[in-house]
Write a protein that binds this ligand. Structure first.
Ligand SMILES: Nc1ncnc2c1ncn2[C@@H]1O[C@H](COP(=O)(O)OP(=O)(O)O)[C@@H](O)[C@H]1O
Ligand SMILES: CC(=O)N[C@@H](CCC(=O)OP(=O)(O)O)C(=O)O
Length: 269
């Protein structure tokens, strides 16, 4: 005898991409890591992490000179080896380990693998092995999300000539958010949002951002964040947030920090 089971079709949860900045990684608290459990009740979560300060520390210890152009690290083959050790090794392992300790199914993923981040050289002559994202293949991430895993992505890409390249983590997060059709993109950093004369800007637009860059109000590591945020905005992803990592990321807290939207209107839940 066959029994007819009622088919329950449940909508997949929306995707949220959270970029964890290297500026905060050493200071993230237990409560902060706990908040991913809460977020997973509402979203499928993807983490993309940086780790610039940790890379610089190890390069200094090894007496390898670092050079930056417009906030991007000039990456020689020797530097890349260190970047891979730090981002692909210790940093990725630490974040994944913290989440697993909390009972989450976290899994480390390198952007250079499974055709995830397909890259071109950004400016080989001046920057060496630094990539810009040409295309993203989110198939692996989607499979992992469907199985309830929480992917933790290290920002590497792979060129057509099979070279691993170093990609700015803000750029990687924006590209991944677009490719997976994320509904939310959050940049977690060491400041509570975009600051103008020490005040947090609650809401801003790409147009205003360009003005603030021209005036020097937005500079340094904030520039790749706001540019990636602007590029990721779409009908599907209406808002990108820049928030502090000093507090846990509760669903309600999404209203804190700076909201970047295509047009000026009040932030919505
Ligand atoms: N208008 C601004 N408001 C806040 N921070 C800014 C602004 N302009 C530049 N910054 C800098 O951006 C930094 C955050 O970027 P970055 O150091 O790259 O962090 P992360 O490692 O989290 O990506 C802040 O610590 C601050 O020094
Ligand atoms: C090309 C390039 O500059 N890559 C970055 C990748 C890490 C990163 O972006 O880390 P944060 O998010 O902590 O800045 C770097 O080597 O520092």
């Amino acid at each position: 005898m066959t029994t007819s089971k009622s088919m329950q079709v449940t909508e997949p949860k929306p995707v949220i991409v959270i970029k964890l900045g290297g500026s905060m990684l050493d200071q993230l608290t237990d409560d902060f890591y706990n908040s991913f459990q809460d977020l997973q009740k509402h979203y499928q979560v993807i983490i993309v992490h940086g780790g610039g300060p940790a890379i610089t520390r190890l390069l200094d210890q090894l007496n390898i000179e670092g050079e930056f152009y417009d906030g991007l690290r000039k990456t020689t083959p020797e530097t890349l080896e260190v970047v891979e050790m730090v981002l692909g090794g210790s940093v990725n392992g630490k974040i994944t380990g913290h989440l697993m300790k909390k009972g989450m199914k976290a899994v480390g993923v390198k952007g250079s693998e499974a055709s995830l981040l397909q890259a071109d050289y950004l400016d080989k002559e001046n920057l060496g092995l630094v990539g810009e994202v040409r295309d993203v293949n989110p198939a692996l991430l989607q499979k992992l999300l469907n199985e309830g895993y929480l992917p933790v992505v290290a920002p590497f890409g792979r060129t057509d000539d099979h070279q691993t390249v170093n990609i700015n983590a803000d750029v990687a997060a924006g590209a991944i958010a677009t490719a997976v059709g994320a509904e939310k993109l959050l940049y977690v950093t060491d400041v509570p949002g975009i600051l103008v004369e020490d005040e947090i800007l609650a809401l801003t637009t790409p147009e205003e951002i360009e003005g603030m860059i021209d005036q020097g109000t937005i500079y340094g590591g904030m520039i790749p964040k706001v540019h990636s945020a602007t590029e990721a905005l779409s009908d599907h992803l209406e808002e990108v947030k820049i928030v502090s990592g000093k507090k846990p990321l509760m669903e309600g807290d999404m209203l804190n920090g700076t909201s970047i939207r295509a047009k000026r209107k009040e932030p919505v839940e």
